[in-house]
Design a protein around this ligand. Sequence first.
Ligand code: SAH
Ligand code: SF4
Length: 363
Amino acid sequence: MELELNEILTKQNFTKQELVYLLSLEGVDMQKLLDKALEVKLRYLDNNVHLRGLIEYSNKCRKNCLYCGLRKNISAVNRYELSEEEVLECAKIAIKLHYGSIALQSGERQDENFIEKIEYLIKKIKEISDNKLGITLSLGEQNEDTYRRWFLAGAHRYLLRIETTNEELFYKIHPRDLSHSFQTRKDCIDALLNIGYQTGTGVMIGLPFQTVEDLAEDLLYFKRKEIAMVGMGPFIPHPDTPLYKFKDIIPPNEKRMAMTMKMIAVLRLMMPEINMVSATANQTIDEFGREKAILSGANVIMPNISPKQSRKEYLIYPDKDTVKDSGEWCSNSLDNRMSSINHKVLYDEWGDSVAFTKRQIKR
Ligand code: SAH
Ligand code: SF4
């Protein structure tokens, strides 16, 4: 078995069976996988960590995903939307802190007011930063025309997690209605790829009813789609959501963290040059979750630069640390935390996916 593992770890293409085997590793064997992934990352991408300053634009959402604390049916949520001034203030913080990029995230809305305001804000952020800030969007499902408008306005990356590639599981974690369609989700990702966004997707790990086979299929999907960026992190049950009732049948925190690390590591072997985010959820379930994901092969961190007062209203999952990421203190602490694991935070750079850039050059 030992020899078998060492041999498998030298590959880039895996069968589903091999993926299931790798994702099931424990103890020293699991550590071998993580070490190999780190080695591959350092060889292809060096020890650089890219930043995206996260701006939580609004917690208003038209959807009812069964796992999310922003779902429409939770009436206790105090709904907000940042003003133009507030968003630009966040962008200025990013510029001041020398973050090369921001990520604008929000609950899902498809009305024209929203679409126009985002389009305007993208242009404005480009203008005030002298085109220096890269812009990632994470604004849910939209039609192709909207995606294109935002792309033309200057956004160049888009994150839309598929959440799971198992259709049956998809409908266990989403209501089965017109607003939550697996096909639409897949079509949106295809539209983003078509338009030319650096497209990111990802899944939640440790969902109720999710199997290792499901996770293996998720990895194969990322590879098949030649995805440029991936953000995956542990599922965290939110007490006000329907999925909370399954909290005792999902794997415990350490297991969900370990599975997240294995998913990142295996994907790093499969796609050495993509960007991979160390999700904020890692930090929520493990004090060193951010570092652990980086050491397993992730290379992007998204420090929160949203206004303090709105952060407590943007609780996708509970216990999200709303204090840690703030201003200069955060930058210093990030530098220190990353250098303590021999990594280096890069400033004033977009930090595009190397995999994506190389494909563009080839075309
Ligand atoms: N509305 C947009 C962006 C905000 S949600 C969208 O849905 O794409 C961003 C991500 O948060 C989702 O893709 C989902 O994977 C994650 N998320 C939501 N609820 C979660 C939970 N309870 N635990 C872990 N991640 C969660
Ligand atoms: Fe809305 Fe996104 Fe939460 Fe679904 S995951 S309820 S779309 S914010």
